[in-house]
Design a protein around this ligand. Structure first.
Ligand SMILES: C[S@@+](CC[C@H](N)C(=O)[O-])C[C@H]1O[C@@H](n2cnc3c(N)ncnc32)[C@H](O)[C@@H]1O
Length: 257
């Protein structure tokens, strides 16, 4: 059977819904989660894709099966998902088109691959930032980055800005009670985002979608709860931490006003 889910590797969020999606669908290289389906939509037609942290390799295999990409590298740092990706590629007879490499981050990319798009999905934003930062030598600056962080979006956007990447598209979707962000960026020269834009996402702030506003309403309630817990706390909470959360609560209140 294709794509039998492994339960041993805990994702960073409680569940990245790749095992059973909404309506109990079995998710695999044939049926992607809504999250990976939206990531797939941002991969340019005919791309040579490097999917870093590919796990079971569902994204590159699904795209290749649809004829949407020309070639792919599936990179994995851990042995079990590396073997899972190898199996998915082999079972779909795609060994000639998709190379699975055991490598840390962007080290999976070799100069001859001619990569034009890189996806890094289902990890914390800080982890994605660290993968990009430590792998800079493997970037030629022409690749489209399609990033799907699970939290830590602010430090990831900060890295993009500091490295001359402009955010071309941002998406927010809610699946299985989790909010997922997708950030698409390309290197385009110096770009400046305000602190609020780095926090909320510059394009999401403009679009103000219903799902975006609902997410920040939820986060505001959490921040307010944290602040009132701080106020009741017996031990002193570091002033800096309190100020940081108070500032974020103020930003969110202004955003929602
Ligand atoms: C939660 S899974 C997400 C899989 C898939 N990208 C998705 O979005 O469904 C994260 C995967 O990233 C891999 N990973 C984490 N850090 C990595 C790194 N530095 N280089 C390559 N893979 C990494 C893990 O081994 C794991 O298989």
């Amino acid at each position: 059977m294709h794509g039998v889910a492994r339960h041993s590797l805990a994702p960073i969020r409680p569940t990245v819904p790749d095992v059973r999606g909404e309506k109990g669908l079995q998710l695999n290289e044939h049926t992607l989660s809504m999250r990976l389906e939206r990531v797939a939509a941002h991969v340019p037609a005919g791309a040579r894709l490097a999917d870093i942290g590919s796990d079971h390799g569902y994204l590159p295999v699904a795209l290749m099966r649809r004829g949407a990409i020309a070639a792919a590298v599936a990179g994995e740092v851990a042995m079990t998902p590396f073997h899972a990706a190898e199996r998915t590629v082999r079972e779909n007879d795609l060994d000639q088109r998709i190379t699975v490499r055991l490598a840390n981050g962007l080290a999976a990319i070799e100069p001859g691959d001619g990569i034009t798009a890189i996806s890094i999905c289902g990890m914390g934003g800080e982890t994605i930032r660290d993968i990009l930062d430590s792998g800079k030598a493997h970037l030629n600056g022409q690749e489209r980055l399609i990033l799907q962080p699970n939290g830590g979006e602010q430090p990831l956007r900060q890295w993009l800005m500091e490295n001359d990447y402009r955010i071309l598209c941002e998406e927010l979707l809610r699946e299985n009670r989790f909010d997922y962000e997708i950030i698409v960026a390309e290197r385009a020269g110096p770009v400046e985002y305000t602190a609020e834009e780095l926090y909320f996402g510059p394009l999401q702030m403009q679009a103000r979608s219903a799902v975006f506003l609902a997410k920040w309403q939820r986060i505001l309630r959490e921040k307010q709860k944290t602040l009132s817990n701080f106020a009741r706390a017996r031990q002193a909470v570091p002033e800096e931490k309190m100020q940081e959360i108070a500032r974020q609560a103020r930003w969110i209140t202004e955003l929602l006003a």
